[in-house]
Design a protein around this ligand. Structure first.
Ligand code: NAP
Length: 283
């Protein structure tokens, strides 16, 4: 039987968009329209769907999205050129390169080409370094979305809490761990080499699952009353499934996010907010 409070991301996202709308209106009165260039590979179906969602919500708020599609056969140099064109375009305040890129491409080289002042998803090494120094300028949207959810009133205080982040990718796990550390949680990062993973995660009062494996976090891994944030989006049998076994964990957790409807909508809203942040800073 479910006992957990289900932390719905949709009202959180709506509140973020509403604040963004006011800031876009203020910029419009100054004659400025926030504009984000999205570099997308033509065969990237998840990237296309995410871009479509961003573009639809951006249009509603008055933010312009320029989708720059590159060929499925594009080289690293082609993507670098697409990013460089957006960097040189004075009308563009923000740049997003849809990730993950295919294995043959040099993702690090492509990220380096983004001007850090236009780096809306915190992909440039300079912004990654700032995050490590605890002075974040632009943070990957998914990691920022996790923190938005953890700051909701239903969630017990982060200060001093023990947290386990399952996953150490540069896009999700590591930035979440750094942001949790900055919020004074005591953080353990788990990955595929972690010994006794179940026992380690069970120690935590906050669990962030960013594994990419459907229903990986089960009830035996979750301490009773813990807060569980599910970043996973796995396409299984025609629907999205998280990295957390929702029904089983709902019987043990104190607060948890659903998939879909948890981290996903907040990520899109945070990205739109970051576009406006960069526009206001004159990126
Ligand atoms: P990723 O780059 O594949 O990283 C997965 C991480 O999980 C790695 O650190 C890996 O460990 C760890 N892992 C894999 N199998 C494991 C196991 N058996 N035991 C312990 N750790 C294991 O994935 P990602 O980009 O971080 O994404 C994670 C999930 O979040 C995916 O489902 C993705 O679709 C989703 N996602 C959602 C959003 C959103 O906005 N909602 C955005 C981005 C990603 P190693 O490092 O040791 O290999």
């Amino acid at each position: 039987m479910s006992q957990a409070i289900i932390l719905d991301g949709r009202p959180v996202a709506a509140a973020i968009r509403s604040a963004v709308r006011e800031r876009v209106d203020t910029l419009r009165r100054r004659g400025v329209q926030p504009r984000c260039a999205v570099v997308l590979m033509e065969n990237d179906e998840p990237g296309r769907l995410y871009t479509q969602q961003i573009a639809r919500q951006a249009a509603d708020l008055g933010i312009a999205i320029d989708v720059r599609i590159v060929s499925a056969k594009a080289s690293t140099a082609d993507l670098v050129a697409a990013v460089a064109a957006a960097v040189d375009d004075p009308a563009v305040h923000a740049i997003l390169v849809q990730r993950p890129l295919p294995p043959g491409l040099d993702a690090a080289r492509i990220s380096e080409e983004i001007d850090p002042r236009k780096d809306v998803d915190g992909a440039h090494p300079y912004n990654q370094g700032l995050l490590m120094a605890g002075e974040s300028f632009c943070v990957p949207a998914t990691a920022a979305a996790v923190m938005e959810l953890l700051h909701q009133p239903q969630v017990p205080a982060l200060d001093g809490a023990r947290a386990a982040v399952v996953g150490r990718s540069a896009v999700v796990g590591r930035p979440v761990a750094l942001l949790l550390t900055a919020a004074n949680a005591t953080v353990t990062i788990c990955h595929s080499h972690t010994r006794n993973l179940e026992a380690v995660v069970r120690e935590a009062e906050i669990v962030v699952a960013a594994v990419g494996r459907p229903r990986f976090v089960g009830s035996a891994m979750v301490r009773p009353g813990a807060t569980v944030i599910d970043v996973g989006t796995n396409w299984v049998d025609g629907r999205f499934v998280g990295d957390v076994d929702f029904d089983a964990v709902a019987a043990v957790a104190g607060v948890m996010t659903p998939v879909p409807g948890g981290v996903g909508p907040v990520t899109t809203a945070v990205l739109l907010r970051s576009i406006v942040d960069l526009t206001e800073r004159g990126g």
